[in-house]
Design a protein around this ligand. Sequence first.
Ligand code: PLP
Length: 382
Amino acid sequence: MSAIPADLPLRTDLVGEEPYGAPQLDVPVCLNVNENPYPLDPEVVEAICRRVGEEAPGLNRYPDREHEGLRKALAAYLKEESQAALEPDQVWAANGSNEIMLQLFQAFGGPGRTVLGCDPTYSMYPEYARDTFTDWELAHRLPDFSLDMETTIERIKALGPAMVLVTSPNNPTGTPLPMEELTRLLEVCSQVHVSGADQSARPIVVVDEAYIEFRDPGTPSAVSLIGRYDHLAVSRTMSKAFAFAGARVGYLAASRGIIDAVRIVRMPYHLSALTQVAALAALEHTDLQLARVGKLRETRRKTAGWLSEQEYHGQPLTVVPSASNFILFGIFPDRNAIFGAMKEAGVLIRAVGPEGYLRVCMGTDAEMERFRGTLVDVLKRF
Ligand SMILES: Cc1ncc(COP(=O)(O)O)c(C=O)c1O
């Protein structure tokens, strides 16, 4: 609980709000924030230390505000990873994709503007909306957590949102967004007027691809459509598959117009010189950073299979198909009791998303073994 005295002139709409975040607890098995569980390879660690050491004497100067080297390296990564031919000025980086998303809300949201999301989805989005005085509206997903295309399109036409925000694979459900659906949303948006904006303004579609590297091999990423659609923005991160959450590096791929809009609202020198060189060192070792992604996909496949063989009160568990590094499963009348008992036993997962569901992130083999053993025990007790 935060302790903000009543005589502090906190913004009225923030009174009673709590800081966002999953618990950071000292427990043996942390499977709650969708990180890559494998530490960096010593070769990458050495490269990061070398780069940081070279940079340190120059820390009396501000960093490159336009982080040109990093944007070039990220464009090269997108070419390699998603076959997207982007110029460095179609790429932009910030302190995590959280900051990228906030910058998008700052540039395109604001008073009188609406952003449409498709829930259940990532629980930070309403906070960016709150912080930028943007209206946050929802089009609910179908029972299998895919987009309800007809309702979503109706809502787009009725609301005239400045942004339509879709997560693929979605968090917390793991559901991917098929390319045909994305293309349809982009086509619809190209015909819709944005309420609260100039008559000529059309909505942008933002795809949050925080977990995209975990998709099934051969599936395209939304970045491959950027050349065709100027109103498409794809947010990505080095925090998940790329095993770099602690460094805080997220990035945006979009048309030059969208990037230039974001450049207006960014803080001066938002990305520290140390972050930039650490990210460059990691990107120079992309193969090592991504080495465990295939293994984590396999862990997901095995864990989903195992979960669907488990029963609770005589009923098989529901397991939501996932294209990410986590799995949503349930359905429990009292998910908090199960979450709490797992935590007591040293396994931290997450009680998040639709009522009755729990989410588990893929860990190392030892962590998953402990997860399975603990879950079996806990399900017997409740
Ligand atoms: C869907 C989604 N987007 C964005 C983020 C933020 O990631 P980061 O700020 O570390 O890039 C997360 C983190 O869990 C997420 O689940």
